[in-house]
Design a protein around this ligand. Structure first.
Ligand SMILES: C[S@@+](CC[C@H](N)C(=O)[O-])C[C@H]1O[C@@H](n2cnc3c(N)ncnc32)[C@H](O)[C@@H]1O
Length: 538
């Protein structure tokens, strides 16, 4: 339930986190710490074909168990490539195939498993009978209990979501009987059960929608205790990766990737293989020996208030990373809003590590309560969500309406700009050759603006940079060609632009070709390479 707001916000404990690995606290005597120590002993991290691992597991009071670099790591090194221990549908009202996680419908015409009647993509689904998909054991339970009965064409979204949430929980529980060794490898993961129990809203959701439902409606009470089911729910909330390529959407647990600590400006990025659902984790920049290896559990292009709320609600910790501690978010200022009083200053949190701290203008005495900030951002966010994903004029209007109210790098403005970067040149009526000079300029300036912020928040070898550099090369090239044709530019300037375009394409090909074959990003990497060849460069 990662998006759920936690109404019982606690005051923040302030501790400094300077990005390097927190010191292992071996003298720590707290119970929880001991439990983690014990779980550390039980970890079976697979051997790297005999090669020394580039990381080791340590324990700190802040992170719990986490991974630390054993040596200096270069950008782009593969650190982890491993199979999922468990995979299943996300918690979503959008139905997916239980075998391959591609979207399906609940219509009468939709193919369904002939036995259990859950919607599937077709009789030839590659996940039929596979461990990564719809197994015979699961089908038997689903058939006996007629679990697909509520999935009628007119089923309410909430009902659909609640039912899909159960699939992966049930799959893991069934492993307790089918494959106790695998179940054991999942049980070493953090569930934060005690903290969850203290949160009535969260606990009652799981108690009634999952625990009771599985034990009563699916008649599993004799096989699994309430505590076991709550533990699985906690483990899923805390450790799941949301993965999927080419429209597929699934959530997964991985045997060692779950150990990575979170950072809002992490030093790794990860992707998943569309065929096998394996995770592939790489360093996105150089990591020094002894540094924590981190990834982001949250969406990088969100403000600190939102990211911290998200982490607390789902993962049960308040992030205090360098970016969260900095009111300027590492210089991006992507949370700042415009001052409604003096219209000249920017309003920022007076203490970003306290969700309830006041926000204050840097040019006048204007102060905003954090609730008012949250309310304002929710409203603007809803407006953005209401715009159709392909509506260029709608998104342009959004930018016009809100650019005076938000700081220029505000994440909501950047989010609209990111959509526009991808839409100009790609959709009907706005294909690249048809774009006006103004539209080309717009695409170029949005890409450049976005890239400047991403260069700080997700620097070096990250997918987002690869994608945006690819988007940027096209308007740059077209604008240069058009100016050349109209004799509005000198040969020298033209050549300078071409050099920049080549740099963008090279960088984007390098990054995107690291994505697994078959993914759209990999495809784009190949397109970048092809564009270079057409230009006569390698
Ligand atoms: C996916 S698990 C990571 C492994 C976990 N540390 C363990 O020992 O099992 C996520 C949990 O690790 C802890 N954690 C990860 N990153 C953190 C951070 N930046 N600050 C505080 N706690 C963090 C939180 O308890 C979080 O719920």
């Amino acid at each position: 339930m990662p998006n759920k707001k936690n109404k019982n916000k606690k005051k923040q404990h302030h501790h400094h986190n300077n990005h390097s690995a927190p010191k292992p606290a071996h003298s720590e005597t707290e119970d929880h710490h001991d439990v983690l120590e014990e779980k550390l002993q039980n970890l079976h991290i697979e051997e790297n074909g005999g090669a020394a691992k580039p990381y080791r597991v340590e324990i700190s009071q802040i992170y719990g168990r986490y991974l630390v670099a054993n040596r200096n790591l270069r950008p782009g090194e593969i650190l982890i490539k491993e199979k999922a221990l468990a995979i299943g549908p996300c918690v979503s009202a959008e139905p997916v195939c239980l075998g391959c996680y591609m979207p399906v419908t609940l219509k009468a015409t939709q193919y369904r498993c002939p036995s259990c009647r859950w919607p599937m993509c077709g009789a030839q689904c590659r996940g039929l009978g596979k461990d990564t998909g719809h197994t015979a054991v699961e089908c038997e339970l689903f058939t006996r209990e007629n679990t697909a009965a509520p999935l009628t064409p007119d089923a309410s979204p909430v009902k659909v979501k609640n039912l899909y949430e159960l699939v992966l929980v049930a799959r893991i529980l069934l492993q307790k009987e089918q494959n106790p060794e695998l179940y054991g490898r999942i049980m070493v993961m953090e569930s934060h059960l005690e903290m969850r129990q203290k949160n009535p809203e969260l606990w009652s959701h799981y108690e009634s929608n999952v625990v009771k439902y599985l034990r009563e409606n699916w008649h599993l009470a004799e096989r699994f205790t309430s505590a076991e089911i709550h533990t699985v729910c906690g483990i899923l909330d805390v450790n799941c990766f949301e993965i999927g390529q080419n429209l597929a959407k699934a959530r997964t647990l991985y045997p060692s990737a779950f150990l990575l600590a979170h950072d809002c400006c992490p030093n790794t990025s990860h992707t998943d293989d569309p065929e096998t659902f394996d995770i592939i984790l790489r360093t996105s920049r150089a990591v020094r020996k002894g540094e924590a290896i981190t990834l982001s559990y949250a969406y990088t292009l969100q403000g600190t208030l939102k990211r911290r709320d998200f982490m607390q609600a789902g993962k049960l910790f308040w992030c205090c990373c360098r970016r969260c501690s900095d009111p300027y978010e590492l210089g991006t200022d992507c949370s700042a809003i415009a001052c409604e009083k003096c219209r000249a200053g920017l309003v920022r949190s007076t203490n970003p590590l306290d969700q309830e701290a006041d926000w204050r203008c840097d040019k006048c005495p204007f102060v905003m309560k954090s609730e008012a900030v949250v309310k304002l951002l929710d409203k603007i966010n809803n407006d953005l969500d209401a715009i159709d994903a392909h509506d260029i004029p709608g998104l342009e209007n959004f930018l016009k309406r809100y650019s005076g109210l938000l700081g220029e790098n505000h994440y909501l403005l950047l989010s609209a700009k990111y959509s526009l970067c991808q839409l100009y040149g790609k959709i009907e009526g706005y294909l690249l050759p048809d774009l006006s000079l103004e539209d080309l300029q717009r695409k170029k300036s949005y890409c450049e603006h976005f890239l400047k912020v991403v260069d700080i928040l997700e620097p070096q070898l990250t997918r987002l940079r690869g994608l945006i550099m690819y988007e940027l090369h096209a308007p740059m090239l077209m604008l240069a060609q058009r100016s050349m044709m109209m004799q509005l530019t000198t040969a020298r300037d033209f050549n300078k632009t071409i050099k920049e375009v080549i740099h963008l394409l090279r960088e984007s090909a390098k990054i995107l070709k690291m994505e697994p074959a078959g993914s759209t990003e990999h495809q784009m990497g190949l397109a970048a390479e092809e564009a270079l060849q057409k230009m006569g460069v390698q």
